[in-house]
Design a protein around this ligand. Sequence first.
Ligand code: PXG
Length: 463
Amino acid sequence: MNTIANHLPTAELQALDAAHHMHPFTDGTALAQKGARVITKASGVTLTDSDGIEIMDAMAGLWCVNIGYGRAELAQAAAAQMTQLPYYNTFFQTTHVPAIALSKRLAELAPAPLNHVFYAMGGSDANDTNVRLVRHYWAAKGKPDKKVIIARKNGYHGSTMAGASLGGMKPMHAQGGLPIADIVHIDQPDWWAEGGDLTPVEFGLERARQLEAKIHELGEDKIAAFIAEPIQGAGGVIVPPDSYWPEIQRICDAYDILLIADEVICGFGRTGNWFGSQTMGIRPDIMTIAKGLSSGYAPIGGSLVSDKIANTVADAGDFNHGYTYSGHPVSCAVALENLRIIEEEKLIENVRDVTGPYLAEKWAQLVDHPLVGEAKIVGFMGSIALTPDKAARAGFAAGSGTAGLRCRDRCFANQLVMRHVGDRMIISPPLILNKSGVDKMLARAVKSLDETLAALLAEGLMK
Ligand code: PXG
């Protein structure tokens, strides 16, 4: 059997990595100088690197390992499926049992009218499906000009041409000629950074009404859909004010605009419900899913689609779209086993009723730290805003990321993976993290914040 050598010295692995492996969202030259951290194994909420150092993973990989690492049941489900039927496609009027079973299960879990699934390999390509699907839907309804999709600045919807276009990340648009045609962006509901003198409630309404203004500007018959994450993840865990989502829902209903909820991060328990749309009280026509669907054990994503859309598209002939690995049997089998574990071990109820509230109470106390201006958390996704001046909600004079980068490095040194987005620190731990795990995570976070504060003061970056 071909095994993957895992016994080379770290420096040798790093040199090989630098020589041949191009990393996502990475300055390759800088990384080659520093050397990538090599992760060799993981169990529960703990990673181990090639030097044997154990690191607590407060990001669940990339927001995806919801059931935690090392669950042999998923490996067994994959092995059994590979033995029985490693691959077959779902094109040309064929199907297979894992895709059938997973589709049925997802239809049961999703809010009422979302009874249909179109599979992808992850969230980006699922959002590509969504762009084509909503435009095809309106064309089938005799409205081919209803094709503009409204999205948000600082939203994240993936890295493909359509995914990155829907996203509102300026550095991504700056590379490769994005966004593609007929995708426009409105401002995000980030009260801390952009709320000015408005109350959160006023600001939430103001940002939601930008959607209405954009619809008036472009014309209702030109707008196919609005897409947003229930809670922005990669943008920095931005929890919108309570007034935001009800107003967005009202506007989508009033103007016959399809609502696409990108649940890639919020789905599968992250917010204390199966879906973030339930937590935020919205009724999407389409939900993008990925990540927690398989807890990252196998690549799978997709679009959960309403009866209204699926039936219209079915009646309109071929939908000329699909991926070789749409509904891959091994990924479907792994996802089903993952969903079984989430349900039977009551991971979502635990986040909603036990560990989530416990974490929320302690997380809120972080605002007492001199460096922390805002602490936000919903279920098991949280963020804190680092600031040199809480009252002014100020940024650092030396630029965005001044404190965030230092804090992220201190976290690593203190055996904690906590990410930074600019000067926001974010967490999204595995849903299995228990109360003592929460305590351990917070102790390491506070130590890292203390050290960051000391460094900022010593370097004269903060008074
Ligand atoms: N939508 C959302 C809301 C996401 O968070 C995608 C779509 C794309 O999914 P795929 O599976 O194609 O990557 C994502 C992915 C980060 C980070 O740095 C976040 C994501 C991916 C990579 C990095 O926070 N989210």
